[in-house]
Design a protein around this ligand. Structure first.
Ligand code: HEM
Length: 481
């Protein structure tokens, strides 16, 4: 006799209250009572929250051919996100998109992006040096300029860059796609979109129409830039440029060109908010743990002697910096509930029955809070990734990339960007608490966070100062005096 997994008792018709403040923390608390496989329902939709590494590996990794679908969410199509490979059903269409994406972002392809990443990072750190109080705006610009130049060969011009603005407006619409589906039927919103503005609810329909406009611009505008650039100047190296080159040489189909357009826009969407959030958490962690910064700076100085900035060749020789990177990803997973998966046919696991189409929510937050593996789990402690001799201890599990066939295909690219950001910024800056007008420290509260799909700390102040007279020479690549 198969049964559904345990879970809190649903209320009649409505089900469980699934949208709580910091849902990931709420689910982790519930899992202490109901276990790592927990059933929830909302308005007739069934969810299974997975809260331990074992069950996630057993289902999403080992049975990945069954568990790599996405739950049907018509809002994605309706808001104009159906071109994004992130939300496509597990299908041939998804496979074709993912293959093209993978070609440009697989581990072996990273060499082609590495010098560009270092160049863009150095440019952005220079801007932070000149205007440190606006650091978070430059983080945003930094991540945008790295990905935009890799994907489209486009040089972001500043914090208010037009292309970045177009993409960010589209990204803002994603929030409604995650919130609306349980609450409002798509057909209903479609009708509202046609209603005059005085009609009750017409604003909702109008905001959906605006969303389509925004997502279409995100898809089309930078791609047209690459095509025009190629036509006029032959184009420089970029993911879109290279793929179009290959496409032209093979006399590719219109459908193939659409795939190129879709995957390039997906790359920006995947990279934008995630990397900025991680950099903000790193900054907060370093400000709150000055001894961590000191130890990392001692390690960097011992290797480089203040003569140059760290590069990717140095990564294996900077174990403490690597431990900081791993601890940031564990301590503050920025996509704590990953992206939901769903199962393509009925399945049975540990006596539980999962009907076809069941939605699975892996709670990465709960996995990073496993006391048996990460003692004192709320403490930021890079040392937990080191052995007694100060070498890496072999725990390179980073849950935050997700699972199975849907695992983040941008992970090598962004791991390089974030690692280089950590190493370079610690090499040149001291991060400390900012002071108020009375000379008192302004506290930073990392638990003051957004309640969004991609989580970020709410705006905070800190002081960023160049470490030594060398910092400027390093950032500007001037010869050292
Ligand atoms: C700190 C940065 C990042 C984090 C934490 C992150 C995390 C994730 C997660 C959790 C998923 C869903 C995995 C699953 O369903 O199991 C995902 C999917 C995805 N990510 Fe990332 N990501 C990051 C950066 C990037 C970057 C830089 C790119 C592009 C270059 C990217 C592209 C994608 C794409 C295309 C998908 C969809 C894959 C699919 O559905 O098949 N991500 N990412």
């Amino acid at each position: 006799q198969y049964k559904l997994p345990p879970g809190p008792k649903p209320r009649w018709l409505i089900g469980n209250d699934i949208n709580q403040h910091k849902t990931w923390v709420h689910y982790a608390e519930l899992a202490k009572t109901y276990g790592p496989i927990m059933h929830l329902s909302s308005y007739g939709t069934h969810f299974v929250v997975l809260s331990s590494e074992k069950v996630v590996r057993d289902l999403l990794d080992r049975r990945s051919s069954l568990y790599s679908d996405r739950p049907l969410n018509p809002m994605f199509e309706f808001l104009g996100w159906d071109w994004s490979l992130s939300f496509m059903p597990y299908s041939d269409k998804w496979r074709r998109h993912r293959r093209v994406f993978h070609e440009s972002f697989r581990q072996e392809a990273m060499l082609q992006w590495n010098s560009l990443q270092l160049k863009k990072l150095r440019e952005s750190l220079r801007l932070i040096d000149e205007d440190p109080s606006n650091f978070s705006r430059y983080y945003r610009m930094l991540t945008a300029s790295v990905i935009m130049s890799a994907v489209y060969g486009y040089d972001v011009t500043g914090v208010d860059d037009t292309f970045v603005d177009i993409a960010d407006k589209a990204m803002d619409t994603l929030a409604s796609a995650f919130v609306l589906p349980g609450a409002v039927g798509v057909q209903f919103v479609k009708v509202l979109a046609l209603m005059p503005s005085w009609f009750p609810g017409a604003a909702l329909g109008q905001s959906a129409a605006n969303a389509i406009h925004a997502t279409t611009r995100m898809l089309e505008v930078p791609f047209t830039f690459v095509k025009n650039n190629r036509a006029e100047h032959g184009g420089g190296r970029s993911m879109a440029g290279d793929l179009l080159e290959l496409h032209a040489s093979r006399n590719g189909s219109v459908e193939e060109e659409t795939i190129i357009k879709n995957v390039t826009a997906t790359a920006y969407a995947g990279a934008a908010d995630t990397a900025v959030s991680t950099m903000l958490y790193f900054t907060a962690a370093i400000v709150l743990h000055p001894h961590v910064a000191k130890r990392a700076q001692t390690e960097i100085d011992a290797l480089l002697g203040g003569l140059r900035l760290p590069t990717f060749e140095d990564r294996p020789h900077l174990p403490y910096v690597e431990a900081i990177y791993r601890e940031i990803m564990r301590w503050r997973p920025v996509v704590p509930l990953v992206t939901p998966h769903s199962v393509v046919m009925d399945d049975v696991y540990e006596g539980f029955h999962f009907p076809k189409g069941t939605t699975f929510i892996p709670n990465v937050w709960a996995m990073t809070r496993d006391e048996n593996r990460y003692a004192d789990h709320d403490t930021f402690k890079p040392e937990r990734f080191l052995d007694d001799d100060g070498n890496l201890n072999g725990d390179d599990t980073i849950f935050v990339w997700g699972f199975g066939r849907r695992i983040c295909p941008g992970r090598y690219f962004v791991s390089d960007t974030i690692w280089a950001f950590i190493a370079m910024s610690l090499a040149v800056f001291d991060f400390t608490l900012a002071k108020d007008e009375h000379g008192q420290d302004i506290p930073v509260d990392v638990n003051d966070e957004s309640d969004t799909f991609i989580v970020h700390p709410n705006p905070f102040k800190c002081s960023i100062k160049p470490r030594s007279h060398n910092a400027e020479s390093l950032l500007h690549e001037k010869p050292l005096v």
